[in-house]
Design a protein around this ligand. Structure first.
Ligand SMILES: C[S@@+](CC[C@H](N)C(=O)[O-])C[C@H]1O[C@@H](n2cnc3c(N)ncnc32)[C@H](O)[C@@H]1O
Length: 305
């Protein structure tokens, strides 16, 4: 039988991210995006009996993947509350390494009733945490034209965003655009013939990022990293969107999201972090071939000074 984690999600850049964290076998680690547990299980494989691993996920489905391992503690929460949980577990300032593998898992796209994929018809849901209120159906049914255009622009990085938003608003007067098939019909005229799938994927990604407030959650989590790690502790972030990658890059460079650097008396840049990889790490062609969902992954690693 195929191992469960392969069905739920294939971990991306697993070796590179763990190598970058330079795992200390008796250290304390946090995987803020537990998902199918692929990275976590590889990390547990590098820990000795003394090591500990906390795994966060806001999606209740991920709980099916919790390993039977006394070194592992599952935290069923959004990672934006990293600080609170680290304080609760009395490990603030003691963590050796943190890993974030952003976005959603293959499981989300594959399960039709989760409403993440343009490939399945039905209700647009897209909530990672099914207890939260806002669904993607609600977004397309109720947001005003300007807000929809902003989401398609900033998160989807699409063109003609005003016209797409206007088409959605027009279509919803006669059809329920909260259903995948109706939304696709409304926006389809804006897709280039040969790039329809890419267009739908970007549009859906934009809605997903809005529904799950992904950029704000990422910023909050990153802000808590200096208090979480011990000095010399490392963090690794795998992102799949240029906006996320830019935030991570700036944060490593300067400790803020704008990338505004402070310099000391001698003109040296002052950042709380030391960059571990100077060149961005992306999956090798063999990995992309084996797992096409890894193709847009970008890994950055840094150390708390
Ligand atoms: C790309 S998958 C991670 C897959 C995992 N590394 C593995 O090897 O199976 C991202 C996971 O993080 C979760 N997630 C995304 N954003 C989150 C957030 N803000 N708080 C908690 N969990 C989050 C998703 O529910 C999903 O399960």
């Amino acid at each position: 039988m195929e191992h469960k984690e392969n069905v739920y999600h294939i971990p991306v850049l697993a070796q590179q991210s763990l190598d970058g964290l330079r795992i200390n076998p008796s250290g304390i680690y946090v995987d803020v995006t537990f998902g199918g547990g692929g990275h976590s299980s590889a990390l547990l494989g590098r820990l000795g009996a003394e090591g500990r691993l906390f795994g966060f996920d806001q999606d209740a489905d991920a709980m099916a993947n919790i390993p039977a391992d006394s070194r592992f503690v599952y935290v069923h929460s959004n990672f934006r509350y990293l600080y609170n949980y680290m304080r609760y577990h009395n490990v603030l300032g003691k963590v050796d390494g943190l890993l974030a593998d952003l976005g959603v898992s293959s499981h989300h796209f594959d399960e039709a009733d989760r409403g993440f994929s343009y490939r399945h018809s039905g209700l647009l849901d897209m909530r990672m945490n099914r207890l939260s209120e806002l669904t993607a159906a609600e977004v397309v049914r109720t947001y005003d034209e300007e807000s929809l255009a902003r989401i398609f622009d900033v998160y989807g990085e699409l063109r003609q965003v005003g016209r797409i938003a206007s088409a959605v608003v027009k279509a919803r007067k006669i059809k329920d655009v909260g259903m995948v098939e109706n939304l696709l019909e409304a926006v389809e005229p804006f897709a280039r013939r040969d790039r329809e799938k890419k267009f739908f994927a970007k549009l859906f990604m934009a809605l997903r990022m809005e529904v799950n407030d992904e950029i704000a959650a990422l910023k909050e989590m990153l802000m808590h990293i200096p208090a979480t790690l011990k000095s010399g502790g490392r963090f690794a972030v795998i992102s799949y969107h240029s906006l996320e990658d830019r935030l991570v890059k700036n944060f490593i460079k300067s400790g803020n999201f704008e990338g505004a650097v402070r310099t000391d008396f001698y003109g040296n840049v002052v950042s709380p972090f030391l960059k571990i990889n100077t060149k961005i790490i992306t999956p090798p062609p063999e990995e992309v071939e084996r797992n096409p969902r890894s193709r847009s992954a970008k890994l950055r690693i840094a150390e708390l000074i």
